[in-house]
Ligand binder design. Structure first.
Ligand SMILES: [Zn+2]
Length: 329
């Protein structure tokens, strides 16, 4: 992957990547965010621009301009490495984007096109994998060998980092936890809601924000968003309907995460996304997972993402790990 990018090196006063500055870009469906980190991971600059929806060439140009702007803010000049988080994956078989909800990227050779306009190699990862990298590098999973990080937001994605590196998988689907079925379903959880992936009963349709809201509506007839439901459930004087919805969510997440422990046994589980602000998840999940683990004892910590909404861009920047530079890639 490094071959084309290094051809652009050697432009006279080129300082190379020696300063250790990193740019991370988080390409979202509506907003594209960019961050400039110094060698230690301090944020030096951050910008957010609209994503040109439906416009592939415009998306490439937006990223090019954002990188140029951020690079111009390196105090002593020089080049930065570039990592990008996308709501999809690069197919190992074809090199083309797949599984993206930013559908205008699907089937495009995004990596090649960005490498060309940025004149350097670019690393691209799924946005949930970027969360996992961010938290494993200097977040809630720092110092842990195996980090499992899940986004509980409008959807449910997850990423796995092993000793600092993304475990992408042969088919680039490692960590697609949200499209595994809810484990040990009760009769009233079978077959479960239909999923856009074509199956029934995927975890995403039980534990993502819209699923929690739908579950609450089905039980109570009340229209509330997931964050409000969890906040009311945590209130001691609280609302019985919200408490019951929270109980069902904790039970389902516990089964889903215990299945992760049984397969991967990570050193830490990190939660990000809108639902991850609910403190009751961290208070209750470890004990709720225990009965489903194939172990007499389960002491896996469950922690909230330290970098919150910044984990996507920070993780994209950290796709180039300490000590790595494009010319050596
Ligand atoms: Zn699914």
């Amino acid at each position: 992957m490094a071959a084309t990018g290094s051809q652009s090196a050697g432009t006279g006063t080129e300082e190379g990547y020696g300063s250790g500055h990193r740019i991370g870009i988080d390409l979202g469906g509506t907003k594209t965010e960019g961050i400039l980190l110094d060698r230690q991971g301090n944020q030096l600059a951050r910008h957010r621009v609209p994503t040109p929806k439906g416009d592939y060439d415009g998306t490439v140009a937006t990223i090019r301009d954002l990188v140029a702007r951020l690079e111009g803010e390196i105090p002593a000049g020089g080049r930065a490495t570039v990592g990008l988080g996308i709501p999809g994956a690069i197919s190992p078989a074809s090199g083309l984007v797949k599984n993206a909800n930013s559908t205008w990227l699907i089937g495009r050779d995004f990596k090649r096109d960005l490498t060309r306009v940025l004149a350097r190699p670019v690393r691209i990862e799924n946005d949930a994998n970027c969360l996992a990298v961010s938290e494993a590098t200097d977040g809630a999973g720092a110092g842990c060998g195996v980090v499992f990080a899940a986004i509980l937001g409008t959807g449910c994605g997850a990423g796995i980092v092993v000793h600092g590196r993304v475990l992408g998988g042969r088919n680039a689907i490692a960590g697609e936890w949200g499209h595994n079925p809810l484990p040990w379903p009760a009769d009233d959880e079978r077959p479960g809601p239909a999923c856009y992936c074509g199956k029934y009963g995927c975890l995403e349709n039980f534990v993502a924000g819209p699923a929690v809201a739908a579950d609450h509506f089905a039980a109570t007839g009340e229209t509330l968003d997931a964050a409000t439901i969890l906040a009311r459930a945590a209130d001691p004087s609280g609302d019985a309907g919200c408490k019951a919805t929270a109980d069902r969510l904790v039970g389902r997440l516990a089964r889903g995460l215990a299945a992760v422990a049984n397969l991967l046994d990570p050193d830490v589980i990190v939660l990000g996304g809108g639902l991850s602000n609910a403190e009751l998840l961290y208070e209750r999940l470890p004990a709720a997972m225990q009965p489903w683990a194939f172990s007499d004892r389960l002491d896996t910590p469950v922690r909230r993402a330290r970098h919150g909404d910044s984990s996507g861009v920070r993780g994209a920047a950290w796709l180039w790990r300490p000590g790595e530079m494009p010319d050596a890639a």
